[in-house]
Design a binder for this molecule. Structure first.
Ligand code: NDP
Length: 435
């Protein structure tokens, strides 16, 4: 806290990891001597820059952009770009720190980074978004590269924005390389990248249930968010026999007791992504649902919960309510959606609880596969990629079991993920000496 006085999200993320790592490190002198935890928690560099663009009225706007390159011990920096007014250095440092462990867990050679801007894409015209993306890349291009740092999408950055940024990178450098992931299929993108984070979070959930001899058939699910991760998590829950009761956005949540079917999910995708609409308009379309303004969905009784919107959207009291209402499993689609109090509630109740760095790693895993395909200059088939995604999620589940299995059959997935991710990065750093 003293080193990072105005960075609460970053301090929270480091604290959560440190709580688990201290025990693990107790008898491992080399990690202490080499100050490994402290070194991982100090980004290799933070680049902060001005992003200047012209709006449709001809006024000049000035925004701030960042790229946090946290750690490249096991591969090029890799992590998304976020455009949202809440973006600041603390948020991006926490995301880059988490990303380092998540990427290590996938088993693929990727280091950790994150970037973004406090630019708010809401209410902007397509041309304004294009001009902003071009200006953002005009500075970012000098810090990234296919073997250096490979950004992707995140909140507010989807296929369209990746297209504008890739186009600008190509124009400036005259190079067509795999410098960004999440690209369109015609220009180097990978099949199932769009679906991978949401699908992966549900595969992870299914793995946790299967370890207990259970499955998703007939289970009710409460999901927050209605963007990329939330809608694809909902889709996979439905495909695996579950019933989705809620979705949300920053305006509130909708509760549909009849279940949010595939046809309804398709409507939400079209409405939120292409029409840029609000989730509250769902209730005019589907009469079985109710809208709850300004609220999160955690009070709706359910078997499983998937927070898929943003950080710190599920607080201690929400966690207590979920447990009280009989929720048996939580799989995080978003990054750090549960605050530290909530994490302790889930751990104390000994329910199945997967932290985002384990359960939402499917997206970056398929991004890693996109990088491989770009290097090979070929595209793999959908069924090959689906199988690779399933295998990677199962591999992460197994890593969590290795380091998180406790007496009495309880698995502490947070501890398992933190130790497995840390060990891989730490051992690589030890090999490099003090650098
Ligand atoms: P999108 O921009 O597609 O969707 C974000 C959703 O979350 C929207 O429904 C948005 O509502 C809601 N939301 C955003 N901020 C807030 C807020 N402050 N309060 C309430 N709701 C909010 O983003 P993604 O689905 O891609 O990302 C969601 C989460 O998943 C993030 O934490 C991201 O870091 C994480 N993640 C994403 C990956 C990916 O592959 N896309 C990979 C791994 C993690 P509204 O429309 O009102 O803004």
């Amino acid at each position: 806290k003293k080193r990072n006085p105005h960075q609460p999200e970053f301090v929270q993320a480091v604290q959560e990891v440190a709580e688990d790592i201290f025990d693990f490190m107790a008898d491992k002198v080399q990690y202490h001597e080499q100050q490994i935890l402290r070194r991982i928690a100090e980004p290799d560099r933070v680049v902060s820059f001005r992003v200047c663009w012209e709006d449709d009225n001809g006024s000049i706007r000035v925004q701030r952009g960042w790229r946090v390159q946290n750690n490249n011990a096991i591969g090029p920096y890799k992590g998304g770009i976020r455009f949202h007014p809440s973006v600041n250095e603390s948020v991006l440092k926490f995301l880059a720190f988490e990303q380092t462990f998540k990427n290590a867990l996938t088993g693929l050679p990727m280091g950790g980074g994150k970037g973004g801007s406090n630019f708010n894409p809401k209410g902007k015209s397509v041309r304004e978004i294009m001009r902003f993306c071009q200006s953002f890349m005009t500075e970012l291009y000098r810090h990234i590269g296919a073997d250096v740092d490979v950004p992707a999408g995140d909140i507010g950055v989807g296929g369209r924005e990746i297209g504008y940024m890739f186009g600008q990178y190509k124009r400036i450098t005259n190079q067509f390389t795999g410098v960004l992931t999440g690209k369109g299929l015609e220009w180097g993108g990978s099949l199932i990248r769009t679906e991978a984070t949401g699908y992966g979070a549900v595969y992870f959930l299914a793995n946790m249930l299967a370890h207990k001899g259970d499955d998703l058939v007939g289970k009710t699910a409460v999901i927050s968010g209605s963007g990329n991760v939330a809608t694809h998590a909902a889709e996979k829950i439905v495909q695996m026999g579950g019933k989705v009761l809620t979705l949300s956005d920053s305006g509130g949540f909708i509760h549909d007791p009849d279940g949010i079917t595939q046809a309804k999910i398709d409507w939400v995708k079209e409405h939120k992504t292409h029409r840029r609409g609000r989730i509250e308009e769902y209730v005019a379309e589907f009469k079985s649902a109710t809208f709850h303004e300004g609220k999160t969905p955690w009070g709706v009784p359910c078997d499983v919960a998937l927070p898929c919107a943003t950080q710190n959207e599920l607080l201690g009291d929400d966690a207590r309510l979920l447990v009280k209402n009989g929720c048996i499993a939580v799989s995080e689609g978003a990054n750090m959606p549960t605050d530290l109090d909530g994490v302790h509630v889930f751990k104390d109740a000994k329910i199945l609880y997967a932290p985002g760095k384990a359960s939402n790693a499917g997206g970056v895993a398929v991004s890693g596969l996109e990088m491989s395909q770009n290097s090979e200059r070929r595209a793999w088939k959908e069924d090959e990629l689906q199988q690779m995604l399933k295998d990677i999620m199962q591999g992460i589940h197994n890593s969590c079991l290795t380091y998180g299995a406790q007496s009495g059959g309880y698995v502490d997935y947070v501890k398992g993920a933190n130790i497995a991710g840390f060990k891989k990065v730490a051992d690589a750093m030890l090999a490099f000496g003090v650098v």
